[in-house]
Design a protein around this ligand. Structure first.
Ligand SMILES: N[C@@H](CCC(=O)N[C@@H](CS)C(=O)NCC(=O)O)C(=O)O
Length: 213
């Protein structure tokens, strides 16, 4: 499998899930601003929508998957023994999918216009408030002492929240949310997270070195 990633982005959610499972997809770094890739692929042809993550499967047609929630869920579904996602058709799965949609729409996609400074002052204040409300909801969920969002089991929802902690870049004030911060520290300590970050750094360095040639 080939996984297209970009620095400090939602592709980290797929990397950490792949690591939890023990998969080793070939990583390709995409420079979101410079538009080049670490292996020379034309990313506009890979994903005309211009964003990561993209997973290219090893199957007969080399199917290509986009959308963070879909890729992470697909990998987890292929390995039910990991417990990273509940089984399809169960209420637990519906609740997990509900969380994933919440994270995608109320957190990940709310950060992006802020980080890119695309909004008016009033618009940015509205979006930052939305983020604080969303993160507060997660913080309250963790208040009963559970380790992860759904209990003691790390899931794709935790991977996604961890990968989209962009509050310092977007200016959302959430440092006071102690349960959330302890939870993120817990995920940071997972070997899968440490490896994901190191692999990303390595890929960025390889790509930078190629660009310098
Ligand atoms: N709908 C996509 C959006 C992914 C997305 O926003 N990716 C960002 C990084 S987190 C990206 O690659 N942005 C580059 C661009 O849009 O030019 C998903 O949920 O995975």
């Amino acid at each position: 499998m080939k996984l297209y990633i970009a620095q400090s982005t939602c592709s980290l959610a797929v990397q950490i899930i792949a690591n939890e499972i023990g998969l080793n997809p070939e990583l390709v770094h995409y420079d979101v601003f410079g538009k080049s890739t670490s292996n020379g692929d034309n990313f506009a042809e890979v994903n005309p929508l211009g964003y990561v993550p993209v997973l290219v499967l090893d199957n007969e047609h080399q199917d290509l998957l986009t959308e963070t929630t879909i890729i992470a869920s697909y990998l987890a579904d292929q390995h039910p023994e990991t417990g990273l996602i509940p089984a399809h058709g169960t209420l637990e799965r519906v609740k997990l999918d509900q969380l994933l949609t919440f994270i995608a729409t109320e957190i990940a996609q709310k950060h992006i216009p802020l980080m890119r400074k695309l909004q008016t002052e009033d618009g940015a204040a509205w979006t930052r408030n939305k983020l604080v409300v969303a993160y507060t909801m997660l913080d309250e969920r963790l208040a009963d002492g559970r380790s992860y969002l759904t209990g003691e089991q790390f899931t794709v929802a935790d991977a996604y929240v961890w990968a989209t902690m962009w509050h310092e870049r977007s200016g959302a004030q959430i440092g006071h949310l102690k349960n959330l911060m302890a939870y993120i520290a817990r995920i940071n300590a997972r070997p899968s997270a440490i490896k994901a970050i190191q692999d990303e750094i390595d890929m960025v360095n390889i790509h930078e070195a190629e660009k310098a040639l």
